[in-house]
Design a binder for this molecule. Structure first.
Ligand code: KG4
Ligand code: ZN
Length: 344
């Protein structure tokens, strides 16, 4: 049986992503981002994102087709993120996907954004196939989730997630406290280079013994953000200068420490010596280094897809749908809608 040619649509946040895959082969991964429009607000504005998707979808679909040399008429199935994400933004993609599927008379697959992030790794041509089960840690501006994946198409369990801010969101908010521009992740990463990660001991969220009993795989970053804000306020009140590099390095260390500690605890608890990383925060050098180093010490292998597949994109959505098609899953009926809190 030939491999399915899938067009995937991703509009859950600020990236309009169109991806085209044939089976497990990536043909195009085209992205239009409205990031610049959100920059002056210091975070993604849902209404602005939805409108930007509406404008970007059609040209991005054409760009993806041109890049892959695929004709729209040859597409075997359409895939779309139906959630979780920003409701208005999701709706634009879902509407477009339905229209496309109906007009082409092709099956439509509604897929989960988080599971899509895991599927991104399949498209990494330089790595051997993913082995299951694996633990997956997804960290971006919109989510911080720890999952146990026994089978990508039928058995993905959410172990835990953030109870407040996403890790990327925390980077963005702390960057703002330090007077650094949006998006804050790369800025903090840069500022931290010359800083001392042990200069200030910031709190590790949900890591005390009591918290570890009730929230073993959950994350919390709002307390950390508040702690950084307090620390800066106190220095300012005392008329002392803010050591930006040390604050950035110490904050980054607190985030990275808790992410890696909990991900490796999940590997240990479930007897799974494999960890897959995804999401835009994986761009963080320190996170990659600490994860690789501490995982190696515990005999856990780490998979990190290329960054272009880690950030939100349509190729991962197409890749997941291709797996569903190849596993014999029937397509979605047209009744589904955007679900901002869609569970895995
Ligand atoms: O996956 P992504 O591109 O979009 C979504 O949020 O879904 O992730 C963007 C987030 C932003 O919060 C940004 O500040 C963060 O990822 N980020 C980083 C780094 N690069 C991007 N956070 C920490 N360190 C980085 N180097
Ligand atoms: Zn995402």
């Amino acid at each position: 049986r030939s491999e399915p040619l899938i067009l995937g649509i991703e509009t859950s946040c600020d990236e309009t992503g169109i991806g085209i895959v044939r089976g497990r082969t990536l043909l195009s991964n085209t992205i239009a981002s409205s990031m610049d429009e959100h920059a002056r607000y210091g975070g993604v504005v849902p209404e602005v994102a939805a409108r930007a998707h509406l404008e970007a979808l059609e040209p991005t679909i054409h760009a993806a087709l041109a890049e892959s040399g695929v004709a729209l008429a040859d597409i075997d199935a359409v895939a779309v993120t139906s959630g979780p994400g920003l409701a208005g933004a999701l709706m634009v993609g879902v509407g477009a996907a339905k229209a496309l599927a109906v007009s082409l008379d092709r099956p439509l697959y509604a897929v989960n954004h988080l599971v899509g992030h895991i599927a991104a790794d399949i498209l990494d041509a330089d790595s051997p196939p993913i082995e299951y089960p694996t633990v997956a840690l997804l960290v971006s501006g919109g989510h911080t989730s720890l999952l146990l994946v026994r089978d990508l198409t039928s058995d993905v369990v959410l172990l835990g997630e953030t109870v407040d801010d996403a890790a990327g969101e925390a980077f963005d908010k702390v960057a703002r406290l330090l007077g650094l521009p949006y998006p804050g992740g790369p800025e903090i990463d840069r500022a931290a280079v010359t800083g001392d990660p042990e200069a200030i001991r910031f709190p590790r969220g949900l890591s005390r013994p009591g918290d570890m009993a009730a929230h073993r795989y959950d994350f919390s970053f709002s307390g950390l953000k508040t702690a950084v804000a307090r620390w800066i306020e106190q220095r300012e009140a005392a008329g002392e200068p803010i050591p930006v590099a040390d604050v950035a390095a110490s904050f980054r260390e607190a985030v990275v420490d808790v992410l890696v500690t909990k991900a490796l605890a999940a590997c240990r608890d479930h007897g799974v010596p494999r960890l897959l990383l995804g999401g835009g925060v994986i761009a963080n050098r320190r996170l990659r280094d600490v994860a690789l180093e501490r995982a190696a010490a515990e005999g856990v292998t780490v998979r990190i897809p290329p960054l272009s597949l880690c950030t939100d994109n349509g190729a991962m959505i197409a890749a997941l749908a291709a797996e569903l098609v190849m596993s014999g899953r029937p397509p979605s009926t047209l009744e589904f809608g955007a679900d901002s809190t869609l569970p895995v």
